[in-house]
Each structure stands twice: as C-alpha cells, then as structure tokens.
Design a protein around this ligand. Structure first.
Ligand SMILES: [Zn+2]
Length: 435
C-alpha cells in the first residue's frame, strides 16, 4: 500500500467520505469550504490531499468506486504527494493554537491568483485549534474569498468550529472504523497474518492511520516485556524514547529536519514504547486494587521522569540551535524555538494522555465483554482471556465508572491542566470506586 498516495482508491475504510468528495468534483459542485469531521488518524489528512490532488489533477480518471479520482502520476499529483505544490497549503498550529497572524498570512495568500493549478487550496489541520480571534478572522476570509479558493477544515467534530463557519461549510463525515474492520484491512491490504494484524491494531489503540504505519514498519516479532516488571520497563521505555529524540537532534543536519522529525516521529522506534505501555496498562487493569498498583509514589516518579525527559530533549535541541544561529536569520530561529518549545513542552502530557487512553481501552474491552458484545469488537483481541476475567471481576457498573473517570482525566489533559494534578486526582478518585 503506497504511503503517500493522493488517490481516493488507496484510502482505506473511508469510502463514504471519499465518494462524497469525488462526486462533488464530478458534478462540478465544489463548495468553498469543507469541514472534514472525524477522529484523529482516521484518514482526514490523506483524504484532504487526495481531494486537493483531484481538484488540481491534469488528467483525472473515472473509476468504479469513485466518480472521479486523481491520476496520481501527473506533475501536479506528484507535487501534492511530496508536499511541494505551490497552490496547496497546509496551516498547522504554531505552538498549541492556530494564531491570528497565521490566519492573516492566509488572507494575503488567498487574495492571490493560483500559480500553476486551477484552485488555491488551504488545509487547516486541525481547525479545532483556531482560537477565538483567529476563528473570527477566518470567517471574514471565508466571506470574502474569491471563487477559486477552497478551504478544507479538519476537526474532531462539527461542534469544534464556530457555528457561523459551520453553516458555510459542506460537512464530510469520517467514520471511526471498528477494530474488526482495521484488522481485516491490515490482512487484505498489508498481507499481515491474523495474529500480526491483531497486535498491530491493538498497539495502534484502534487508530487506523497508525495501524497502517505500524504494518509497514513493524518487525516480525513484537517485544513482549514481562508483566511483573512492567512498571520499571515502562519508565525505561519512556527514557529510551527521549534518548532517541536527543540523538535525532544531535544528528539533524538542519533545523527544518529536526522540526520535521519532532512533528512526525519515526513510529518504528516507538514500537517498544507502544508494546511496553500496553503491557503496563494491562497489568494495571488486571490488578484488583488499582490504587495499590498505581501508588502515588509511582505516579510522582512517572511525572518526574516525563518532565526530565522533556528537559533533556530541550537541552539537545538547544545545542543544535547554537550552530544554527550563524546560518539562519534571528526571526527564523525564534519561530523554530517557539515550535519546538511547544512540541517538547507538550511531550509529558501527550505521553500521559496516551497511557490513560491505553488503560481506558482495556476497561472498554472488558465493558464490551460484560455487556455481551461480539468478541470481534475487542481492540485487544489477542488477550481475550484477560478481558473476560476483567469483565467478570469488575462488572458493568465499576467498568463504566472507571471509563468515565479516565475520559474526564483525558479531557482535563487536553485543556492543559497540569498532569501532576490530574494523576493525583485520578488515583484518589479511582480508589473510591467500588464494585
Ligand atoms: Zn494527476
């Protein structure tokens, strides 16, 4: 399966969305603003690139699945595939938000004529990160933009954008495929065995995009850490991940390269972390007294380790900057510093969020089992016996309460509440839950 295909036919598990987009081009009914609504890693960005490619393609093809599809091989398609098309821009958050000066720059660009293509296309990824003033500023641009401009807004849900922006948008909904659908796609399109597909799907946390990346990079054997020592191994795996980043910064040939690495991690390295984290969360979920398994002392150690890893990564980036200062203008350095600061600063919270989501997935599997759902709906299908045991021990009410607590904690993390407060609160409350 090609990784950077710009053709709808290569996008897996999103046919309803891609067919809707293909027909809008085939019928000549192209909206000015599209809102791609769906979870992360379900294929919104690849679909945005494929849609942009179809709009700009020199010789689109008609197909069975899609009314029209990009050819994938003309100059325009190739440039979109490698991210160098001058008329297709992606706007991503500067730090944690898409800021007003970024939207102002977009406004200036939207007033220009397309260079080589027919359309000027702007992809906002994710539009959930527009702040109040940049969202208002975007609305003005949408109202005034010339007809050759197309905006594609990516968001988790339609409620994430202003109602006034929403009412001007054509909504394209992206489904969240079930674990069974993801496993089937891994077997069919990546030629994985059932067992490898099950582990890839579980390691991805049920995120199809990540599962497809894992399918291409994953070694035949996943690491299988011992369950007993999973606390210690989890801390070690986090430290190794951080050390990997320090090496990346130490060997990066340019700031751009360092930033590119930081923004899109080499997933293959994280397979050990993914595997160890899953084992750690399994051991937590399987321990009858959860507060005892996750004592405050360990929580403090975990947060402390995450913070010091982020500081170490920052330090190695700073030494890269020392050399770069001579080669880049001060304004460029400042921008890179800002981007890296927010990426590295967000690292501890991100790791904690991934851990809570991973734990949540075990409880969620157990809840499905306790509620009598079909086993094909399980994410951690390769540990079916454990899930059945967990379902029997905890029961529906306790599982629901734990899931709700974890969901609330993830919500707080995403609203930038301090990780240490969230973990302390979580441990205190989870101790109060009774079967
Ligand atoms: Zn083409």
């Amino acid at each position: 399966m090609p990784t950077n295909s710009v053709c709808f036919k290569d996008l897996l598990l999103q046919q309803t969305a891609t067919r809707q987009l293909a027909s809008s081009v085939a019928n000549g009914r192209i909206a000015q603003t599209y809102l791609f609504a769906g979870s992360e890693s379900v294929g919104r960005m690849p679909a945005a690139r494929a849609f942009a490619a179809l709009l700009q393609c020199e010789s689109p093809l008609s197909g069975d699945e899609h009314a029209l599809d990009a050819c994938g091989s003309c100059e325009s398609c190739r440039r979109i595939a490698n991210g160098s098309h001058p008329d297709v821009s992606v706007v991503t958050p500067d730090g944690t938000e898409i800021r007003i000066d970024q939207v102002r720059a977009l406004q200036e660009n939207a007033a220009l004529k397309p260079g080589t293509g027919r359309w000027l296309i702007f992809i906002l990824d994710p539009a959930d990160r527009l702040n109040q003033s940049s969202a208002n500023s975007l609305l003005k641009i949408l109202e005034e933009a010339p007809s050759h401009v197309v905006f594609i807004l990516l968001a988790r849900e339609t409620g994430a954008v202003l109602p006034t922006v929403l009412s001007r948008s054509e909504i394209v909904r992206f489904a969240s495929p079930s674990p069974a659908e993801i496993r089937a796609a891994l077997v069919e399109h990546y030629a994985l065995s059932e067992a490898d597909a099950a582990r890839c799907c579980a390691l991805s946390g049920g995120r199809p995009g990540q599962a497809f990346v894992l399918a291409q990079t994953v070694p035949a054997d996943f690491p299988q850490p011992g369950l007993k020592s999973s606390h210690a191994e989890f801390l070690i795996a986090l430290e190794q991940a951080s050390r990997h980043w320090q090496e990346v910064f130490a060997t990066a040939r340019s700031l751009e390269e360092a930033l590119r690495f930081a923004a899109r991690p080499g997933r293959e390295f994280f397979i050990p972390l993914l595997a160890v984290r899953r084992e750690f969360c399994r051991s937590l979920a399987m321990t009858a007294g959860l507060p005892a398994a996750f004592p405050m002392l360990f929580a403090d150690m975990l947060i402390d380790r995450l913070d010091s890893a982020a500081r170490a990564m920052q330090k190695s980036f700073d030494s890269l900057l020392v050399d770069a200062r001579k080669a880049y203008p001060a304004a460029v350095i400042k921008e890179f510093e800002g981007n890296l600061d927010s990426l590295l600063g967000g690292w501890p919270a991100l790791q904690l969020e991934e851990t809570l989501l991973c734990l949540l997935n075990w409880y969620s599997d157990a809840l499905k089992t306790a509620s009598g759902a079909d086993e094909t709906l399980l994410l951690n299908l390769d540990h079916k016996e454990d899930i059945i045991t967990l379902a029997e021990i905890d029961g529906i009410a306790l599982l629901r309460a734990r899931i709700e607590l974890l969901e609330n904690s993830v919500g707080l993390l995403r609203r930038h509440v301090q990780p240490v407060l969230i973990v302390e609160n979580l441990i205190t409350q989870i101790g109060g839950l009774e079967p």
